[in-house]
Structures are given as C-alpha cells and as structure tokens.
Design a binder for this molecule. Structure first.
Ligand SMILES: Cc1cc2nc3c(=O)[nH]c(=O)nc-3n(C[C@H](O)[C@H](O)[C@H](O)COP(=O)(O)O)c2cc1C
Length: 435
C-alpha cells in the first residue's frame, strides 16, 4: 500500500539572511525581495505547499530593557512588511502558496479583506493569511494603545474580526460579475450587498469594492496553542501551525484540534496541522552531529535564542542565572512559546533550556537526509498527520540550508512516496485538501 502523504511548508519572514557565517548568503540587500523570491522558487521546485512569512509590529526591548540586544544581533529587526513581498513572490511563481502574517491589531477588517482579495487575485488563488492578534506591549503602543489587550480578550476580538471579514468576502456572490456585452452589464447589483455589521469591537458597512477572488476567502492559517487559541483555530483555520514539543504532545494537540473542529460542526480533515521542524542535515551522521553541536554551543546561538524568546513573551530573560533552573514564569504574551522555551517542571538549568529549545522545533532531528526522512515518516505515523513547517534551526537563513532541504531531504521524502512530487490543484486551499 502506498504510504499516506504529508504536507510541507516553510516558516520564514521578510528579514535578514545570514551575513556572518562562512556559507552566509551575504545579508547585503535582501530588502528588494530577490533573495526571498529565489527562496520561494526553490521551495516551489521542491513542491512545498506554501511559504509562510512571520511578522511582528515592534522593535523589542524585552531582553535587558533596551533595543541594544536586538539591534546588535539583528533579532527580529530589520523586519519588513511581508504582504507586498507576497505579491512579488506570487508574480514570480506559479504553484506555491504564500502566507504572510497580518495582525488584527494593525488592520481594520475592511482594509484587510480588500488587501487579501487583491493579493488572492495577483497570486491566482494562492494567498493565505496567517491570522495573529499580536501579543507584545510595544506593538500595542505602536498603535496608540497603552497596553496590550488581555490574552483571551484578544481572541474574542479576533473572532469578531473574522465574522466581519467573512461577511465582506461574501458580500459579492461568486457569480456577481456577469460581463454581459449585449446588455452592457459588468456586475449584477442584485448580487452585491452591504453587510451592515455592527459588533462590540468592529463595524463595517460593506460591500467590499473588490471582485470576488479565486479562493473567495484567503486560506486561513493560525497558530493558537492555548485552550482559547485552539478554539479560535479550530473554528476558522484551514491549516494550524503548531509548536508542541515531543511526539506525544504533537499527537495530543492534533487529536484535540480535531475534536474541537467536530464541536464547531467542521470536518476535521479540512484542517491540516503542521509542526515546526528544524532538522540539521549532513552528508554523514557524524558530520550532521558535529554541525549541530558546533552551532548550538556558539555564543551567537545562545544570544539569539534568549533574545527571541524574551521578545515573544515580554519576559526579560537577561535577569536569570544561566546555571540555575528558572522560577515559575507566566506571560500575557505568547504562552505556547513560553512553555516551549522553559519546559516547566523540568528543573533543567537555564543554559540547557536555551540549548534545547533555542531551535524552536517540535522534535530535534539530526542526521543524513535518509535518516531524517525515515524519522519524519515515523513521527507522522505516530501523530496521524498532517505535515511539517520547516524552519532554519540556527535563526538566520542562507541558501545552503535551503538547498540542503530542497535538494537533499525533499528528494529522500519523495523517493519514499511521502510528499508531493507535483502540484495538481489550482488554489492553496485545494492543495492542502488534496491529501
Ligand atoms: C509556528 C508559529 C508561527 C507564529 N507566527 C506568528 C507571527 O508571525 N506573528 C505573531 O504575532 N505571532 C505568531 N505566532 C503566535 C501565535 O499567533 C499566537 O499568538 C501564539 O501561538 C500564542 O497563542 P496561544 O497563547 O493561544 O498559544 C506564531 C506561533 C507559532 C507557533
């Protein structure tokens, strides 16, 4: 029997490529989008379902109480807006989905729906939206708020945001554009309606002033990990990206999402769960292990990892002794990231936590392409599906790592019949639902 296929996507952002290491791409000018466009083309050659572009809306001061650490190490800065990049990538690729992040903090529903419809047209149905609420205090302050809205309330607001954008996407019937030459009618006014939405947080009159796009609504991607976040994701998402550590919690997470989806009256097979995965590859196992150890022991890796997790959780990790276990911590920022990083109850010294969790991967896998492919197959067998969200393990991306995946790991997976070897569907949503 042919093995059950799983999906591959890639987690990146419109940030710097690696600029200091021996095989760095250069980091000189990624800002014209060419580096990332070629990156997407490499992923398309390897038949990835989509490229996801993370985003945030602030320059952090969480680590050490200032911007110094972030600017010095270029952690999450500079970071450019991924939405125009998605349009550029879309016009230089044919099949791969492009999923930038847009925060409900920064957009009004009307503006977001209009932008999403526009780019869904430009990409001919390959546009996805990574739905986030933003979680950081500084992001809130950039939008004129004193502080971030509390965790669960952010999701309540986001639920309403989704109701409005969905109503706007439906404000044109699919067949509203008739282009009847004889009767001189472009669009049928009876098929385009205002939505007159008045909610607790958002209101919009509608209708949208864009033509209905190939997918009607962009493919929805989401990453809620908390109970409230999972409900949000199970209600709205076509694809959930997850940061659960260890095969057991990966499986439990997927089972839970599927159960929640059923409760919302959805078919759980319509929601694909992809797990963060940052394999380290070598021509031999020894080479891969040596590469992994060298990178994880480096000062640069430690500094980037603590800076990144401080930013995500708004916790100043510079305060803690590297040789002692961490105290119990809580955050109103990203609760799942905090758990991934601190491994509550483990009693491990802080230094070890950084080394173990700094890669932010669900399972730590190091080896040859053949070994990693076998491990991925075994993980998927145990978890039940639906695929992996690949990211670079040591924080900055270079062409060498991209090609280790696209020209080493992916062919090994393809030889086993585990991943896609061609695109057969016209839109991103249909690509995700193909298997
Ligand atoms: C793989 C992954 C990607 C994410 N991408 C972003 C992002 O680009 N921007 C952002 O503000 N939050 C991002 N998040 C955070 C989530 O949107 C969400 O806020 C976070 O998981 C906290 O939700 P929770 O408290 O329900 O777990 C991401 C999370 C994960 C696991």
């Amino acid at each position: 029997m042919a093995p059950r296929k799983f999906h591959l996507a890639w987690f990146s952002n419109f940030s710097l490529d690696e600029w200091q290491q021996p095989f760095a791409s250069g980091g000189g000018n990624p800002w014209n989008g060419r580096f990332h466009t070629e990156f997407a083309q490499a992923l398309e050659r390897a038949c990835f379902d989509f490229m996801m572009l993370e985003d945030s809306l602030m320059l952090s001061e969480a680590y050490g109480g200032s911007t110094t650490h972030y600017l010095k190490h270029a952690i999450h800065v500079p970071k450019h807006d991924p939405v125009p990049l998605a349009a550029v990538i879309g016009s230089h690729t044919r099949h791969i989905g492009i999923v930038p992040t847009m925060s409900t903090l920064g957009y009004t529903p009307f503006l977001l729906a209009r932008l999403a419809a526009t780019i869904d047209h430009i990409t001919e149905g390959r546009f996805g939206w990574n739905i986030v609420t933003s979680a950081e205090k500084h992001a809130a302050q950039n939008f004129g708020l004193d502080r971030m809205v509390e965790h669960d309330a952010r999701y309540d607001m986001a639920d309403e945001f989704m109701d409005v954008v969905n109503a706007l996407f439906d404000s044109w019937d699919p067949d509203a554009v008739v282009m009847d030459r004889d009767r001189h009618i472009y669009a049928d006014a009876a098929k385009v309606r205002p939505i007159n939405y008045k909610g607790k947080y958002y209101s919009s009159r509608g209708p949208l002033n864009t033509a209905p796009s190939p997918q009607r609504r962009p493919t929805y991607v989401q990453a809620g990990g908390s109970p409230r976040g999972r409900d949000f994701a199970a209600r709205h998402a076509d694809c959930i990206v997850a940061a659960q550590v260890g095969v057991k919690s990966m499986k439990a997470f997927r089972d839970d999402i599927r159960e929640r989806a059923r409760r919302f009256g959805r078919n759980p097979d319509d929601i694909k769960v992809l797990y963060l995965f940052a394999p380290v590859l070598g021509e031999t196992e020894e080479e891969a292990i040596a590469k992994n150890t060298r990178s994880m022991m480096s000062e640069a890796y430690m500094e980037r990892a603590v800076g990144m997790f401080s930013a995500l959780t708004d916790i100043d990790f510079s305060k803690f002794d590297l040789d002692k276990p961490l105290p119990e911590l809580s955050t109103d920022g990203e609760t799942t990231a905090l758990k991934m990083f601190t491994q509550p109850g483990s009693g491990k010294p802080f230094r070890q936590l950084i080394r173990e969790a700094g890669k932010a991967t669900c399972v730590d896998v190091v080896g040859t392409p053949e070994q990693v492919a076998d491990r991925m197959a075994a993980i998927m067998d145990e978890v039940g599906g639906d695929g992996f969200l690949i990211k670079h393990p040591f924080h900055l991306i270079n062409r060498r790592y991209i090609h280790e995946i696209t020209d080493g790991l992916v062919p090994a997976l393809q030889r086993r019949g585990l991943v896609r070897t061609e695109y057969t569907q016209p839109t991103l949503r249909e690509t995700l639902r193909e298997f």
